[in-house]
Design a protein around this ligand. Sequence first.
Ligand SMILES: Nc1ncnc2c1ncn2[C@@H]1O[C@H](COP(=O)(O)OP(=O)(O)OP(=O)(O)O)[C@@H](O)[C@H]1O
Ligand SMILES: [Mg+2]
Length: 438
Amino acid sequence: MSIAIQSPTIQKNEELARWGSIITDPRTGQPCKYMPLHPKQKLILDIVKRFNAAVAGTGGGKTVCGAVWCVKQIERAIRQYGKCLGFIVAPTYKVLARATVPTFVDALKGTALEGIYKASQSYYELPNNWGRIWTQGADNEGGLEGGQFDFVWGDEGGQFRKKVFDAIIGRTGAKEAPILITTTPYGLGALYEWYKKWKSEDADYNFVIFPSIANPAYPQAEFERAKRSMTPEKFRERYLGEFLRMEGLVYPKLQDALITTTTDEILTLLSLPGKSVGGIDYGWNDPFCALAAKIPSISSNDGKFREGVAYVWYERYKSETPLEEHAAALPKPIGNSILWFSEHVPENIMKLRKGGFRVKKAKKAILPGIDVVNSRFYSGTIKIIENRCPAIVTEGEQYVYEPNRDDEIIGDKPIDKDNHAMDSMRYMIMGLDYREAA
Ligand SMILES: Nc1ncnc2c1ncn2[C@@H]1O[C@H](COP(=O)(O)OP(=O)(O)OP(=O)(O)O)[C@@H](O)[C@H]1O
Ligand SMILES: [Mg+2]
């Protein structure tokens, strides 16, 4: 969408006309504000597909770029429909209020589109009855449902869960309206799906990837300092905006296995006939983690729980706590006792057995364990109740293979860090599924 630039003052400065973004009055097409944009930001404004992402290093100018993109979308919608309904999302209300909304409000200031932000109602009211731009933290999931928009902008959207992506895709479906995600890369599966589509040259996707220093305002010295102070992988991810860790996720399908349930539904699940297993990984400074799963041998009446699927419904994740206290807290479902697969700490195993728990030594081999867990993920026979098991979700999003010296992810050894729920899950599923070769 190109807008005729009619103001001679702006036309005079060729550099500005080339790299700048001109915000126009949608009624007249007259320019009313100039925003400085660097070439990569400009690229995001110029090529608008249905699914767009600006993935960049910290301070690269993502949020400014997102805000100006929104303004351009508002102009377009008003020209097209005489009205605009937009939606701006950030991972949390805090990020939204601190960075995203102020940048957006600032971009509109002094333009023909300047209106009023009504913080208590979470929307920006455009002037002349031109419509509203709703704003929302993705931590308030209920607020993501309902309504159709002319555009959606997700700031730091690499942190969004798959559910949030599904919601915003749904809310732009009727008008096939564009979505823009601006973000630094995270080890998350949801945006990575888009990235793969873009890589495979799907025409509905556009990614622009740029480093922090694409922003002329970003200090070169700070960029160099960061380069010296961290591993090359971290630097590439944080300052060059590269999708390094996503390539190496150990459980790339984990996001698809997440479900939410109510307490009543958990009670139904536990009342079904079937097996119960658990996994335990010990820690003091690092967290202790215990997980438990139920594998029903028949499906529930409402079809929510299927026969043969392992539903991970319990998680305890806590540091600096004596084993006695953990043991007192662990579930003991009546009539269906859990068989716990434990890390090899004989003294702890003894203690738990004395406390009436059924405990077996876990099979610890990492790679066969990952295989067994992944075959459940790929066949859809493991479901993780995410509202009960937040540590699995958090660790799972970060659980990656170590890159080799050339920074290629070769997939043989996961990074040994923040993996307590990952280990417990492996012990548990190994205990459930692994059969020794005869
Ligand atoms: N093209 C540009 N030219 C000059 N300054 C810019 C440009 N783009 C952004 N800036 C300025 O650089 C700073 C960082 O921009 P912004 O907040 O958009 O970056 P970000 O990538 O969202 O950063 P963060 O990683 O902190 O979220 C802001 O002060 C912004 O005004
Ligand atoms: Mg930002």
